[in-house]
Design a protein around this ligand. Structure first.
Ligand SMILES: [Zn+2]
Length: 82
């Protein structure tokens, strides 16, 4: 029960793969008119260990690494989220 308590276990790996198959493009790039393959499933609202937020697919978005490390981090910084 403890090693997967943060949610990043086998179940997440599977869910993530499935989500990326359904949403193969980065949604930030798409918004800006670019077509980039997504490789990361990001939580729109940081889950901070909240299991309900973590597993809520409505709170997921497909991002490429550049957007995840760039735009998303900036957004979180701007919102005062750490
Ligand atoms: Zn992107």
């Amino acid at each position: 029960m403890s090693s997967n308590a943060r949610g990043y276990g086998y179940r997440w790996q599977k869910a993530r793969e499935r989500f990326l198959r359904a949403h193969p493009l980065c949604c930030y790039c798409e918004r800006n008119g670019f077509v980039t393959a997504a490789s990361i499933v990001d939580h729109k609202i940081p889950h901070r260990g909240n299991q309900e937020l973590f597993w809520d697919e409505g709170n997921w978005q497909a991002l490429c690494k550049a957007c995840h490390d760039g735009a998303k981090a900036q957004e979180e910084a701007r919102d005062g989220l750490r």
